[in-house]
Design a protein around this ligand. Sequence first.
Ligand code: NAI
Ligand code: MG
Length: 482
Amino acid sequence: MTFEYAPAPESRAIVSIKPKYGHFINGSFVAGKKHFPTINPATEEILSHISLGGLSDVDKAVAAAQKAYTKTWSKLSGKERGKYLYRIARILQERAREFAVLETLDNGKPIRETRDIDIPLVAAHFFYHAGWADKLDYAGLGHSPQPYGVAGQIIPWNFPLLMLAWKVAPALATGNTVVLKPAETTSLTALLFAEVCQQAELPDGVVNIVTGDGSTGAAIVNHPGIHKIAFTGSTDVGKKIARAIASTDKKATLELGGKGANVVFDDAPVDEAVEGIVNGIFFNQGHVCCAGSRLILQESIADEVIEKLKVRMSKIRVGDPLDKNTDLGAINSKEQLVKIKELSAIGDAEGAERWSPQCNLSDKGFWFAPTIFTGVTQAHRIAQEEIFGPVLSILTFRTPQEAMDKANNTPFGLSAGIWSEKGSRIFWASQHLKAGVIWANTFNKFDPASPFGGYKESGWGREGGKHGLAAYLKTGKETGVK
Ligand code: NAI
Ligand code: MG
């Protein structure tokens, strides 16, 4: 006998969403001129209207950040800056439920994930970097490393507040001020974060948030008052940014796409590997740059693993993101859904075999059932291109070397996973995989102390940990300090 799940909806009463938002510049909300709607992708309900920032808004934000940098923030000791970061971290914890519900409404990801993963990690990033603020001399970056000034930060829609935290926390800890632009479909938690900055009495202009689209992002990138750029998003836009700053002295970190290989050897604990495969690709609807979107299975165990994976996938609950029992929420936007459908159709056309469990998907909102493709070869586009959805491409191998060759055969190099009970095999494989982050017998584990970033077209530089601080600090000759 099986029991049905009773609905367990999280109340949305805790959030109050204004009908319209402006930008957050110099410590205050200022009205925008043009607006565009932001919707709940699970229902297509319009939640609010967001300002489309233009050149003059970016100009004002950069001026505010520059002034805050010279007049206030660069004059404070690391210890004083740290106090503000601790205060922000504590307020984020106090308001965690509000942030979790708002993120789920605006993004479509399950409340279970915003509540248990996104928001706790956001607070953890502020706590971690608060601790560094007065210890930068000991970060291994030489004596008295200095901030760049104003950082321009452009973030995507897949982990909206978490990507804000990855960018804002190290920038402030190292003494930079920021102009940040959230993604067009998910600006609401960044605007609520602006309220947290006010609540924490962060000096005006230290954090500025300008909302808008790609043109707003480009205005930030090209502004002469920006000294450092931090971007997370598509490889296409990353390349545009790299071209735009090529003839300037702007520094940049770029966190771009991925096509992560999850390699399962024949000695792996199969049931645990199946959990790891599911977490690797179905976490956050597969909207994860480091997703384990290619499963590379040893041929001798392939049938067993695929069979168990199908049983496990039949238990994934797809639906209302605010329901606490939901595992897989809504696809973030209509555009993204179209892209997932197009690439999956290419998988069919190229001869891979598609399988999804039976799912009742709502007519309203944007949905895609968890999907696997078997019979995928390295030449297939679904083995090479980032789908950024709940779609797994499965390839097989016979020898460990073949597994490594297949795993490394994409233009990306962000993440990889190894499943094996042999320590020696794990060490061997982790030395052969060209990926910035490698997990062994787990997947999608994040910690602010651990640097994150990629090889090849997955980007430049690292975020998080001691390595991430380097991106925000001038060292050696650059500082002018002898
Ligand atoms: P995108 O790269 O266009 O958007 C990311 C951010 O960049 C947004 O804030 C956007 O407004 C901004 N932006 C767009 N054009 C810009 C420009 N010329 N200069 C400066 N900023 C600009 O990503 P999009 O279109 O939302 O998604 C397309 C694909 O990109 C996805 O299907 C996925 O494959 C990949 N992607 C990867 C992400 C990652 O974390 N690696 C995150 C988001 C998307
Ligand atoms: Mg939205």
